[in-house]
Design a protein around this ligand. Structure first.
Ligand code: ADP
Ligand code: ZN
Length: 628
């Protein structure tokens, strides 16, 4: 039963409950009345007057008279039965004699006295009192039972409705073999598999088994699949639940579901709990406008409590998936909770080919299928999109009664999937791909050309989140202190994409907006926080700590004069302009290198560090030195 059905049933009940009970009560009442009436309407003996009785006695027609209080039941010799009334408080024989019945005639009649007792008497006396009480009692009982049942329903609410995949289930089982590409993610998760398989080895040495792993990636990049694969590889039960299913109308239900889920998983340990869409409950608390959401908060707290409560020996690992890591509550990411993070990118061209292959194996394909060609034409497709594409092609082939899927089917399906309602990731056009390639190449080139910037780690033009591509830079060593030179170089790197777009295409796209926003923030920080502007000097004009969320920023007011404000703005502008000039100069001077990087990106979509160094002719020992 789905959550919705359950809910609606519950809400209908309070009304239905009374309605139903009234119907019950009326039915029972009718039944009793009918029973009562059937007693009352029993074949009535003929009622005669007392004087008629006297006559009958005189005529010796009467055999026996049964006296019950004032009621007389007269049995006639001919077998008939009659009733009559006598005067109250007077003996029957006396009354008869008074009416002139002779003692001889009277001697012929047997007179029986009958005590007014018997069940029927009592029943008939008490029924008028008992019946309403009984009905009321019945009504109360039925109501109570109904309430109890709906209580039970609320209890069932509290039970998690997690789906479980047992390791024996071969049909549902997924292993790393089924997941194409995502090599880095698989490598990181291999460790988790190891933990689950040989916990003792880790416990013996005193290592703490990780509790939570956060899988981050766009929809359809295979987060669920990968989590299942971890369970499949380790041969442990897999408990799957979406965080949005925790949240119900009633506060506390989510928390109780979490408790139940963890209880089940602990019982089955070693096991894996997979919480999909963790952002549904794990949003940054107190960030949004319009107040918190009690139910979400309680559910989140319960998840955290459960994770904190794991014993070292508890072999339950929680995998959670989200495509919005930016909105997550920091409490979730603290050590001992989801302190491991695995990023799943949209697949690059090589990975797309591999994913297509994995899914093509399950279908009957023409022998001359070229999956590389399809991969080339599907930048921005997620794994789910590609799976969908292969399936669409198979449907197309089946509809035209062919036995195998052709290249043509695949090609036609690209468009279908691209326009289809189901895909959530974005797709590039050829032109967009080119612009993104030059943009990212710009960042990378500037980074590699400036001595104080962090070295380039990886470049990709496969979209991640909102940005079209990304250039990942990692510092060579941990930094705690940042120099002015470092910031200035980083500022230029941020604008490298912008500079490249302008230099190569002569126009700017919206693809740089995020860079500009970040760079401006950095420049403002230089001026108002770090005292790195000569004109303004070491004054902190900005005493607000990291303002990440809109919610915090409300009621923010400037604490400095208009003159200072305009001075700050001018300094920020100057830093930005100088940085852009620096970036543009590099891009212009090394335009050939830029094209080289960009063309490589267009072809392969990602560049790893070693290949980038080769492209740039960077000395391996001293990566900050640029050869070319
Ligand atoms: P997510 O949880 O990230 O939204 P799923 O794990 O539900 O994505 O993936 C949806 C489907 O897409 C999977 O069932 C699988 O068929 C396909 N898929 C995604 N990534 C891959 C991959 N790397 N290799 C093979 N199939 C994939
Ligand atoms: Zn950029």
């Amino acid at each position: 039963m789905s959550a919705k059905q359950k809910k609606s049933k519950f809400f209908k009940n309070p009304l239905g409950m009374f309605g139903k009970n009234i119907v019950y009560a009326i039915l029972i009442f009718l039944a009793i009345t009918a029973l009562y009436a059937s007693f009352a309407e029993r074949e009535e003996p003929e009622e005669i007057s007392f004087s008629r009785l006297v006559e009958e006695i005189r005529a010796s027609e009467v055999l026996r008279i049964t006296v019950e209080e004032n009621k007389l039941e007269v049995a006639l010799k001919n077998g008939g039965i009659q009733t009559a009334q006598k005067e109250p408080d007077a003996a029957l024989s006396e009354t008869l004699i008074n009416y002139g019945v002779s003692s001889e005639a009277l001697a012929n009649v047997t007179i029986e006295m009958k005590q007014p007792s018997g069940a029927l008497f009592w029943l008939s006396a008490l029924l008028p009192f008992i019946l309403p009480i009984a009905l009321i009692g019945l009504f109360i009982w039925l109501t109570m039972r109904q309430v109890q049942r709906s209580n039970g329903q609320a209890l069932m609410f509290g039970q998690s409705r997690a789906r479980v995949i047992n390791p024996e289930d071969q049909r549902e089982k997924v292993t790393f073999k089924d997941v194409a590409g995502s090599e880095e993610a698989k490598e990181e998760l291999l460790e988790i598999v190891d933990f689950l398989q040989n916990p003792q080895r880790f416990l013996d040495i005193g290592a703490r088994i990780p509790r939570g792993v956060l899988l981050m990636g766009a929809p359809g990049t295979g987060k669920t699949m990968l989590a299942k694969a971890v369970a499949g590889e380790a041969s442990v039960p897999f408990f799957h639940m979406s965080a949005s299913e925790f949240v119900e109308m009633f506060v506390g239900v989510g928390a109780s579901r979490v408790r139940d889920l963890f209880r089940m998983a602990k019982k089955a340990a070693p096991s894996i709990i997979f919480v999909d869409e963790i952002d549904a409950v794990g949003r940054h608390r107190g960030a949004g406008l319009g107040g918190g959401h009690d139910e979400r908060e309680q559910t989140l707290n319960q998840i955290l409590t459960e994770m904190d409560g794991f014993e070292t020996s508890d072999q339950v690992i929680v995998l959670a998936a989200t495509n919005r890591p930016d909105v997550l509550d920091p409490a979730l990411l603290r050590p001992g909770r989801f302190d491991r993070r695995v990023v799943l990118d949209l697949p690059d061209i090589g990975e797309r080919e591999a994913i297509l292959r994995v899914h093509a194996v399950k279908k009957i394909m023409d022998t001359d299928i070229n999956l590389r060609k399809i991969a080339e034409r599907t930048p921005g497709f997620s794994g789910a999109d590609l799976a969908n594409l292969v399936n669409e092609a198979a449907i197309l082939a089946a509809r035209s009664s062919r036995k195998t899927v052709s290249q043509e089917d695949l090609t036609v399906s690209i468009e279908k999937v691209m326009l289809g309602p189901e895909r959530k990731s974005r797709v590039f056009s050829e032109k967009e791909k080119k612009i993104t390639a030059y943009h990212e190449a710009g960042h990378a080139l500037v980074a590699a050309s400036l001595p104080n910037a962090d070295p380039v780690h990886k470049i990709s033009i496969v979209s991640r989140g909102r940005a079209g591509g990304y250039t990942m830079k990692l510092p060579t060593e941990d930094k705690h202190l940042y120099t002015r030179e470092y910031f200035l170089d980083e500022l230029a790197v941020s604008l490298g994409g912008y500079a490249a777009e302008e230099t190569v295409f002569g126009e700017i796209t919206t693809g740089s907006s995020d860079d500009i926003r970040k760079a401006t923030g950095l420049a403002r920080g230089l001026v108002t926080r770090y005292g790195m502007s000569e004109k303004i000097g070491p004054v902190a004009w900005d005493d607000q700590s990291d303002l990440v969320f809109l919610g915090h920023d409300i009621g923010h007011e400037k604490k400095y004069s208009e003159e200072i404000a305009s001075l700050v703005d001018m300094e920020v502008e100057r830093f930005m302009k100088e940085a852009l000039e620096k970036a543009k100069k590099i891009v212009r001077e090394k335009k050939e290198k830029l094209s080289e990087i960009a063309e490589y990106l267009i072809q392969y979509e990602t560049i790893e560090q070693d290949i980038f160094r080769k492209l740039m002719g960077i000395n391996q020992e001293n990566p900050s030195l640029v050869g070319a």
